[in-house]
Design a protein around this ligand. Structure first.
Ligand code: FAD
Length: 323
């Protein structure tokens, strides 16, 4: 920050819309909140999202893995998230994961463990066991989330490309949100405002106590730029790792050196696309400089990582590896 300040002139802001429930943020939480409110009978809901699609981290952020949703043979995460799986299952290539209806969840049968092993989040290691977890194809997920909203179009009005930037407060009560869009700064008034921004933007700007939980041991205080690599065979890659354990171990170290953080290939919903999760600690997701460092720092290394994979395991990558 330069330390200089300017005074923003007072201005009259048009009220764009009014509703009973305003959900700010259309990620997993906000989309589900809007759908749940509609199913509970609320007829006047607005879902405000800064980007042009729903899903947040799950779609645009490529956090495609929804892991470990069962304990032994019991699925303990149900509701709308389970519904995602059931809906995507009907669309070829949209989701990969074991179907709880087949009774396979909790199985220690090595044949099933082996079959689901390559799908991230679908097996546990100790003891080896199939669990309910799945990987989604992000564009199909975006479409399905829109389909779900469209099914409730009598109750939910969707406002994409609208960035909620300031709570409208009356004392301690939030009465709506000012937002920025291509149409300029406008307001939505609401009886109830749900902050589903993932980073507690509205709560934080309202002065509510929040914490960025900067703690290296805490997963939620890591930032990341998750990406995907295509032109690979994940089944071949998994076989190659087993046949070359020492090289695979060295590979982990080399990639950590290149990126500056731990990273590795995880299977996606299709064999030819790998998913690269990562954890970049000591960064605050409410700070411009930290977010920029995560985005650029990771992106600037990706080509080097691709070249490394091509060189070290060409038989798996067949020279076709691409972003
Ligand atoms: C590095 C990393 C790896 C992870 N790995 C996994 C994993 O493997 N499996 C797993 O299940 N979970 C994982 N998670 C956690 C998971 O991503 C989150 O728990 C989940 O995405 C939270 O959903 P959400 O809807 O609360 O927030 P988000 O997914 O962050 O959604 C927030 C939404 O609000 C929108 N938004 C934000 N601010 C505003 C604003 N001011 N106005 C309007 N819209 C706004 C965003 O565009 C976004 O659509 C991981 C998280 C990280 C950071």
């Amino acid at each position: 920050m330069s330390g200089k300040t300017i005074i923003e002139p007072q201005t009259t802001v048009p009220v764009y819309d009014e509703c009973d429930v305003l959900v700010v943020g259309g990620g997993a939480a906000g989309h589900s909140a809007a759908i749940a409110a509609a199913r509970a009978g609320c007829k006047n809901i607005i879902l405000m999202e800064r980007y042009g699609y729903c899903g947040g981290d799950v779609t645009g952020g490529y956090v495609l893995l929804i892991p470990n949703l069962s304990f032994h043979n019991k699925v303990y995460v149900r509701g709308i998230q389970e519904e995602w799986f059931e809906r995507l299952q009907k669309i070829p290539g949209a989701v990969a994961g074991p179907d709880p209806k087949t009774g396979v969840i909790g199985s220690t049968n090595p044949a099933f463990v082996r079959a689901w092993g390559p799908v991230g989040g679908s097996t546990r290691v100790e003891p080896p066991k199939v669990c309910f977890g799945f990987m989604v194809e992000p564009n199909q997920m975006k479409i399905e989330m829109d389909v779900m909203l469209d099914e409730h179009k009598d109750s939910i009005r969707v406002m994409y490309h609208s960035w909620g930037c300031k709570p409208i407060m009356e004392g301690n009560v939030c009465k709506g949100v000012l937002f920025e869009s291509k149409e300029g700064r406008k307001a939505v008034l609401a009886k109830v405002v749900i902050d589903a921004t993932g980073d507690a933007d509205i709560c934080r700007l309202a002065g509510a106590p929040t914490s960025s939980a900067i703690d290296d041991d805490c997963r939620c205080s890591s930032t990341a730029l998750v990406y995907r690599i295509g032109g690979i065979s994940m089944r071949e890659y998994s076989r190659w790792r087993k046949e070359n354990p020492e090289v695979a171990m060295q590979m982990g170290k080399d990639l950590a050196d290149i990126h500056g953080f731990r990273s590795g290939l995880i299977s996606g919903p299709t064999d030819d696309v790998a998913w690269v999760n990562n954890w970049q600690p000591k960064r605050d997701c409410s700070k411009i400089a930290d977010l920029t460092a995560t985005e650029m720092g990771c992106r600037l290394k990706i080509r080097e990582v691709l070249n490394y994979y091509k060189e070290v395991c060409p038989e798996v990558c067949r020279g076709k590896v691409k972003l």
